[in-house]
Design a protein around this ligand. Structure first.
Ligand code: ASP
Length: 329
């Protein structure tokens, strides 16, 4: 599927959410939808890809009733984690090359508190475990077996996350066992979300099953604070999706927030972070990375290497998918 068709397919998935009363969903080009359109709007939420529309619906339920940004981002991304029909986040995620579904997630509030889990197995909601790491432990990150033990001690249930569909896809992959990412079709899209609540507080969350058929033990950018996600109430927040190694090498989301701190708009900051990745990777045309960002004024933006990336922007009365500008057509 080419990138444009992929984007439109995601917009169609998103239109499911249009049945919900809060939504008027449309898929808009940047020219008709300036980033400034959301300035001054509170509450506000943005999230990556077409499934961001569904995640936003969950977040908006919390935000519209006066709830906290931190609760909103957790509730929003949990919807995608529980949805076995997507193969890139939570339950139903594609496994590593040995057949294990291993999940990465983090959460951060605008005051600088954060929590994260890496390579967590058997738990449907890694974002909730990440929040518990933040709130119930003196630590920021728990990994693998220790993260699982902690989740079980917190009363979470051990489950099989490998669906029949993902198992079949893995077995088919095993026939050739080649890892060759195809732009936008790699089936490893992450849900990253940033929200601003009625009080003006911000928070973000990021959760993924990571690269399909990754090496056992591989951790991407998504659970690493500053790489897959960063939020600062004084400035704004950003999240990343795409090839995690490239985002890790440039600490992408932190970079976006720091660029906004220096006065760049969210879209300009995302563009500059993409340019940084370009400058460090001679092969940047071979992979996709996309950033989304929101500043504390409510201005939103996104930018990607390749065309085909989009993000959902939700406010009190609307929820729409926006096509991000890209470096390459
Ligand atoms: N960033 C994720 C990872 O590298 C994957 C994605 O967003 O597509 O694990």
């Amino acid at each position: 599927m080419n990138t444009r068709r992929k984007f439109l397919a995601q917009a169609t998935i998103g239109s499911l959410a249009a049945m919900s009363p809060v939504s008027s969903i449309s898929c808009t080009d940047r020219a008709e939808n300036p980033d400034e359109k959301t300035i001054g709007k509170k509450p506000l939420v943005i999230s990556t890809w077409g499934f961001g529309l569904q995640a936003n619906e969950g977040a908006l339920k919390v935000l519209n009733s006066g709830g906290k940004a931190l609760d909103a981002v957790e509730q929003g991304v949990r919807i995608i984690e529980a949805d076995g029909s997507n193969s890139s986040v939570g339950y139903g995620g594609l496994p590593d090359r040995e057949g294990h579904v291993t999940l990465d997630a983090c959460i951060m509030d605008g005051g600088g508190m954060c929590g994260s889990v890496c390579a967590l197995e058997h738990i449907v909601h890694p974002v909730t475990v990440a929040r518990k790491v933040m709130e119930q432990t003196p630590h920021v990150i728990l990994v693998g077996e220790g993260a699982l033990q902690f989740a079980l001690a917190q009363g979470m249930k051990k489950e099989n996350l490998l669906t029949k569909e993902s198992e079949a896809a893995w077995k088919e992959w095993l026939e050739e066992a080649k890892y060759k990412p195809i732009i936008n079709i790699e089936n490893h899209d992450t849900i990253g979300m940033v929200a601003l609540d009625k009080n003006g507080d911000m928070a973000g969350a990021c959760t993924t099953s990571g690269l399909a058929y990754k090496m056992r033990g591989r951790v991407g950018d998504s659970p690493i604070i500053g790489a897959g996600l960063y939020v600062d109430n004084e400035v704004g927040g950003a999240a990343a999706t795409g090839l995690g190694e490239a985002v890790l090498r440039t600490l992408g989301s932190f970079l976006v927030v720091e660029l906004m701190r220096q006065g760049k708009s969210p879209k300009e900051a995302c563009r500059e972070a993409v340019l940084r990745i370009k400058s460090k990777h001679a092969n940047y045309k071979d992979f996709q990375v996309g950033f989304i960002a929101m500043n504390k004024k409510g201005e939103t933006g996104g930018f990607s290497i390749h065309e085909g990336f989009g993000y959902a922007v939700g406010s009190e009365h609307s929820n729409e998918l926006v096509k991000a500008e890209s470096l390459l057509e």
